[in-house]
Design a protein. Sequence first.
Length: 469
Amino acid sequence: IITGFAMQLVQVYIYDLSFGMASQMSLPILGRQIDGIWHTSIVCFNREYFFSSRGIESCAPGMTVIGQPLRKHDLGQSQLDADLFMEYLTTIGNDRFRPGSYDLFKHNCNTFSNEVGHFLTGNFIPSYITNLPSEVLSTPFGGMIQQFMSSMEGGPAGGIPISSPAINQTSQQSSTKPSISNNQQSTTTKNINEDNAIKPAESTNTSIQEDIISLPVIFPKDLVKVQSSIKQLKEMLSSSNADIVARLDSYLTSGTNSTEKETDFVKQTLIPCLTALINVDYDQDTISSNATITNMATPLKHFATNESSLELLCEINENLISIVTDTFSTTTSIDQKVEIAEMLCNILGKTSGAKYLTSNKQYSINSKNSVCPVNMVTTIIVSCLLDQSTKLQNAGTALVLNFAIANCNEDVSFECASALIEMMRQELDYVSAHRSLSAINCLIDRNEQPNRSNRLEYRKTICATPEVA
């Protein structure tokens, strides 16, 4: 029996390591609902205790790198004092919860919280946390979640070891050092009904829990490849384009790649060059040299990383991007298809390009045929994702992510999501899995995002720091 000691409230802090992605994506992929990939910690004596690859750690409540908890669950009242609790943590911290024994899905923070919570109160943490079905982890989705969460493999940072003097001092201040009889653990609080454990009103969300901000993928500039492509284009120009040839030569030999000079080059030289090449067969309503047109994707991909240059491309010759993109269906080269997909990625990664490629407007590619950019991009995304080529799949995951961020309409969202789900039944590398999960999250969540005009304004702030492929 305890004398002279105030009961201590013990709480379980509950975090979703997928930040909502598991909840939104599990049902369409698995056919069953998985609400989260749970991380928990025990809060008592004014400290938050959790288990990671570094062993048992502690911090001020809510001060780990993953921020505030999604939910707080009252586990019960404890009759134990802080000194005994620290002695218990030291014992298990040198044994089954020692540094290096952490496993994200098998021996993790929830294992720790369940055991420590029971020691303190006689109650276990909610069963939906400890009973995450093992069969889920054996599915392709579970495998990808495991890859996606590899960055959290060591558990959240932000704590200090339980042996730290700071923790002991804090614990002592929370305890009145009562005497405790040998039957201390037999006296416990009333068991809590787990069905009523989670109350939405008690949830505390941070911005990172509420929304996943995905950045567009931008493929970096490859000057050697661009110069090689421009040389080939220069050789295809006729003698009547001597002035364009001279400007191309000047660009190739100058070695200057400032943003200002690049923009001037695009306006004065590149657009006239590409237009001249397209117009060779434009009057006959056919483009016989698809290889020539496809070769334009490389410089377009390069200069699309410059918003000013891209605005000029869309303004001066709005058909140009559609004409180059249209050759995706006719070329048989995987590398050329990848180049076109990466070009579209970079274009979608900028505000002006996103407005163009998500447009339902019809653009002429000759006097008989026209294309709709949003439908054309959707077709290429599906083709890339369902192709057997790893190169094309990787390019497709980047393209669909940028397309989803650009706020494509509901019809194409469904088509892209279906292709993603089909592709995700295969084994994917970490980068493709990460992009796929992020894209599906954007596609499913799109109705809860800002409207189109606000979304494009929002993009201006995130496009400044895109993911570099």
